[in-house]
Design a binder for this molecule. Sequence first.
Ligand SMILES: [Ca+2]
Length: 310
Amino acid sequence: MRTSTMSVLFIIWILCTLDLSDSAPDECEDEIERLRAEMKNLEVRLSKQHQLIQRLTNLNQMNERSQGSIYDMGDKQYMDCAQIFKNGNMQSGFYMIKPLLSPTLIRVYCDMTEGGGWTVFQRRSDGNQSFDRDWNDYKTGFGDMESANGEFWLGNDNLHYLTSQDDYTLRISLEDFEGSYRFAVYRKFKVDNEQNHYQLQFGAYTGNAGDALSGSYHPEVQWWASHQGMKFSTRDRDNDRYDRNCAQEDKGGWWFNRCHSANLNGFYYRGPYSAVTDDGIVWYPWHGWWYSLKSVQMKIRPGIFEPNDV
Ligand SMILES: [Ca+2]
């Protein structure tokens, strides 16, 4: 619009200057003035429309983010959520990362609360997803990676890629149906590769949920209830130390021993339950084997994490 108006103005100016038009010079000037005013008016309208489009675009992006859509990080690549956080992105949500060993970019949920920089690899929240899955599902990951509070497993290969590139701290957040919260933190959390059956290693515990993973809450049960050094098992791949199949009986993939004192991928009951086996979402030192938790989150970030050290 602007270009065509300017062209008309220019032609009229030429005609007036050369005095080739039939119009009197005054009429020429009037016409130029009228077109100038019209052009000004169009510019104002155009500017308002640009502002409106920008506002609508912003609103649309905010709406997408609140529904769990991914943040566009441009061409930069990050190996985990800690790097994303240190880069100044402090909004929890989905991001793309590329751990050093990973052949591809992977979509992850970054939890920027509790100090920020947490890469979440497991979430239970409402029983919406089945965790009673086979080896391949646990290898590659499964579940709802779209909703902000969706249930998922990030995948054992991804867990291996992540935890082999640095010393990571694992934080497990637990909630029961009475509105109470507990947490367990383990230093030096590592998951080996598939050839070694995603064997689990972890270091010192801190927290208020009790040390279920090492079974230190009761030395006499450690030989069968500790998860230290355990291989991953699924219903179709029995790597546990039990003469039957823990993953099949306890309805989820996990680092079973004979069988567990923590089973965070178990069946989603609601609080106290009774069943043939202790197959609920269990954290023994807090609620015992016969109470299934309301929500769980498992997440990692580098052991040395100084968010201000950008
Ligand atoms: Ca077995």
